[in-house]
Design a protein around this ligand. Structure first.
Ligand code: PLP
Length: 403
């Protein structure tokens, strides 16, 4: 008789976005004449930049000829892309990495799930709350049911305090999904110091790094002293260059980083990750890596930043207009996410229903990101400018009289 992995039965079956889709579809069926606008899903809407498209076409042509055809790739990633990442993302910030510390992958989601396979189930794991739900789900899939939560609330400006207990594996996400808030250098230094003292590992997810605008906010955790000894950094082209459907990312596993055996022997996680990838990952496609390389050309940088500016204008608009009617808003400056404090003490699902039924605008209920998300609502800047304006004006009309 086959036995199921019962860890999967501990997952909450109603994944946030499937419930949103179900409610939205119901609304659309009952109101076929209403235009529904989504400021809900954290996915880009602008097409790929011309520099990226050109590079992809060129790579496709290479695949068509015997002399330039590429078969199985290099698991770690092609050197041409690693070189560009080292230079543009890190050396510019005085961070020096070896070639074999950068691992190209097909999106951070897979690496964030995969990395925990290297770490014993006996570790104590701490995750920010509210947070991108995949961290919790993947830990439950591994059989971990006693996750500790770092509360991110209005009182601590959505930057959780350093724990006063021992945690082995620490998930940090900055700029944060969903709150849109960021760690400054001092705050991040405190976490690195904590991790060094406790021999913990920080899993640092910076998928939204390109949205950082403030000068005092670090773009990489390796800007912090000692971080190479304790942190793995996850970066993605998904939001940086609109690659959510193309799939490319990179993960930095420094050679200084160690985890320990039961008898305290330090083990190099860089080689362990390489070994894991060689068994489980078939490399990111050549065409995709050429597309990612093009992001770092002069034209690519200019075009990518133009798209980011488009989303930033949307988020500024949302913030500005909702603040005008007295709403309390967080995030949205160094992030495409606006974290709205729900008026009148409504629950986040009630607010979702109200907004959908009265304005046909979709957002994401805060509770979907963890208990500390209750009472808040996430709006995203990823829609078109026109839809964003229309959605905001409908929300403003609904609440102007109310607040
Ligand atoms: N990390 C965070 C915080 C995210 O919000 C997302 C996607 O929404 C990801 C990682 C996954 O990114 P990728 O598309 O690279 O898998």
């Amino acid at each position: 008789m086959s036995k199921v992995n019962e860890n999967f039965l501990n997952l909450k079956d109603d994944y946030l976005f499937s419930k949103i889709t179900q409610k939205t579809n119901e609304f659309k069926n009952n109101n076929p004449d209403k235009k529904v606008i989504s400021l809900g899903i954290g996915d880009v809407s602008l097409p790929l930049s011309p520099a990226v498209i050109d590079a992809m076409h060129k790579a496709v042509d290479e695949m068509a000829h015997q002399e330039t055809f590429k078969s199985y790739g290099i698991v770690q990633g092609y050197q041409f892309l690693i070189d560009k990442i080292k230079k543009v993302e890190y050396e510019k910030r005085n961070i020096f990495l070896d070639n074999d510390e950068i691992f190209i992958a097909a999106g951070s989601k897979g690496d964030l799930a995969g990395i925990i396979e290297l770490l014993s189930i006996n570790n104590i794991v701490g995750i920010m709350d509210p947070i991108y739900p995949a961290y919790v789900d993947t830990n439950i899939m591994m059989g971990r049911n006693d996750i500790k939560y770092f509360k991110a609330t209005e009182e601590n400006n959505f930057v959780p305090d350093i724990p006063n207990e021992h945690i082995d594996i620490i998930y940090l996400c900055s700029p944060n999904n969903p709150t849109g808030t960021v760690f400054n250098k001092t705050q991040l230094q405190d976490w690195v110091n904590y991790a060094k003292e406790h021999k913990s590992i920080i899993l640092y997810d910076s998928a939204y790094e390109i949205f950082i605008q403030d000068n005092n906010i670090p773009h990489s955790i390796y800007e912090i002293d000692g971080a190479k000894e304790v942190a793995i950094e996850f970066r993605s082209f998904s939001k940086l260059a609109g690659f959510t459907g193309v799939r490319c990312s990179f993960t930095v596993v420094p050679k200084e980083l160690k985890a320990y055996t039961k008898d305290n022997k330090p083990i190099d996680l860089n080689s362990l990750w390489r070994r894991r990838q060689s068994a489980k990952f078939g490399a990111t496609s050549y065409i995709t890596q050429r597309a990612a390389e093009a992001v770092y050309s002069d034209k690519g940088q200019e075009q990518v930043r133009k798209n980011i500016k488009y989303y930033q204008d949307n988020s500024n608009y949302i913030k500005q207009e909702l603040k005008k009617i007295g709403m309390t808003i967080f995030g949205g400056t160094n992030s495409p996410y606006i974290w709205l404090k729900i008026p009148n003490n409504m629950s986040s699902w009630d607010f979702f229903d109200l907004l959908l039924n009265k304005t046909a605008v979709i957002g994401t209920p805060g509770i979907g990101f963890g208990n500390c998300g209750e009472g808040y609502f996430r709006l995203t800047a990823f829609s078109s400018k026109e839809d964003t304006k229309e959605a905001v004006s409908r929300i403003v009309d609904l609440f102007r009289k109310d607040l």
